[in-house]
Design a protein around this ligand. Structure first.
Ligand SMILES: [Zn+2]
Length: 408
């Protein structure tokens, strides 16, 4: 699936979303970020309890990431419609714009604007990646989805947000479980680490006279793995930029990304602090935990500098929403609930991170084959999708009942 946000194919999917949900008796609100809210009336007025996710994908994405949460929400609307069921309060489905951040480079940008965490003008001015000159605002206008409603939790309040999503990891499949009951989203910090040494000739400069920025950066990356592993956290480098980039020149300049994650904020901080201390020593040429074994000591050293790019603290989902998901799972799995479900922490960010700042929120995971996502081979069995949809609808209805009973 290649459906970049606000492209022509995204417009087609949006039109389908609007037509389908209208045919199921919903009214559809479009806000200034193009977020679509399909709302089905209840017996009483009030903000809707919604199922939400996203219809945009990565450039070479799969057919489930985000899409499952929206289509399962529509299936919920269809089931309510076909069975003439009226909920106490309104319920609905949300399609959040540009969750992936693949075309306009901030992920979850439109739920972020809705939550008041990202300024609307900043989001509107985002330029598409690559050589094009389109902005989010110009593309929203072009495809007719620059809505007249303010994009904010005040203009379009939600009572609660439930997001069904594929796990995008291997755990549920490996443990033969059907549903992940998501407790929250892990904390992460993204850094750019810059190492500066000196360019020199690979043939004429002995090891003892080099300030090899890449060799030093390599030790740092190895160290970050050890530091994270000790704490049960994750550390990853996905971008490595070196200069000048020539076979016979030792690189004097290296920048690399460092992504540190854990369910606990303080563990992320501990790994960060550990790495900061160690990286300074590594840059100075000191031996840290045997990383210099069999290396030739050099009279020259490197400098290291850190820049914080993103700080996303851990998200804890709402206990009442989680209990609705647990109860839904129990009613479906009965005595097998323990064996077939698992409390989990999401490793990836989702729109639910932002909605949880403004309304009770939780997520439901279903298994991903081989844990693969953001790839055309992404796959979840139809029966697992159906199971997730059952849990999603039940959780939304249970939350609506709790509201009716004044329990939330
Ligand atoms: Zn997603």
């Amino acid at each position: 699936m290649s459906r970049l946000a606000l492209s022509d194919t995204d417009k087609q999917a949006r039109d389908w979303f609007a037509d389908t949900t209208k045919s199921l008796g919903c009214k559809v609100i479009v806000d200034a970020m193009g977020n679509q809210f399909a709302i089905r009336e209840g017996l009483k007025e009030g903000p809707p309890t919604v199922a939400g996710s996203h219809l945009d994908t990565q450039p070479t994405g799969g057919r489930y990431d985000g899409i499952l949460g929206v289509t399962a929400g529509i299936e919920m609307l269809r089931t309510l419609h076909n069975n003439s069921i009226t909920t106490t309060f309104p319920v609905g489905v949300v399609n959040w714009t540009n969750e992936e951040g693949a075309r306009f480079p901030i992920s979850m940008v439109s739920s972020g604007v809705w939550a008041g965490s990202i300024p609307l003008s900043h989001a509107h001015d985002l330029k598409e990646v690559g050589t094009g000159s389109a902005t989010m605002k110009s593309e929203l206008e072009r495809i007719g989805y620059l809505g007249d409603k303010d994009c904010s939790f005040e203009a379009v309040p939600l009572a609660a947000h439930f997001e069904l999503h594929i796990e995008q990891g291997p755990i549920l499949e490996a443990e033969n479980r059907k549903v992940g009951i998501v407790q929250g989203v892990q904390a992460y910090k993204w850094f750019t680490v810059s190492v500066r040494g000196a360019d020199c000739h690979t043939g004429t400069t002995s090891f003892s006279h080099r300030a090899d920025a890449l060799l030093v950066a390599s030790k740092m990356i190895v160290y970050s793995h050890r530091a994270a592993a000790r704490k049960g956290a994750l550390a990853s480098t996905g971008i490595l930029t070196l200069k000048p980039g020539s076979t016979n020149t030792v690189p004097g300049s290296v920048d690399f990304s460092l992504d540190i994650r854990s369910p606990d904020n303080h563990i992320v901080s501990e790994v960060e602090a550990d790495c900061k201390t160690a990286f300074a020593k590594i840059a100075a040429g000191e031996d840290v935990e045997g990383l210099n074994t069999d290396f030739v000591a050099s009279s020259k050293s490197c400098s290291v500098d850190w820049k914080l790019d993103t700080d996303s603290p851990a998200t804890k989902f709402h206990p009442e929403c989680i209990s609705c998901v647990e109860d839904a799972a129990k009613s479906i799995f009965g005595g097998e609930t323990q064996a077939l479900t698992k409390p989990m922490t999401s490793g990836a960010g989702h729109d639910s991170v932002y909605t949880s700042k403004r309304c009770p929120t939780t997520m439901i995971f279903v298994p991903s084959r081989d844990g693969v996502s953001h790839n055309p081979v992404e796959f979840t069995k139809p029966e697992d999708c159906a199971m997730g949809a059952q849990v999603l609808m039940q959780a939304v209805l249970r939350y609506d009942r709790k509201r009716a009973e004044g329990k939330v």
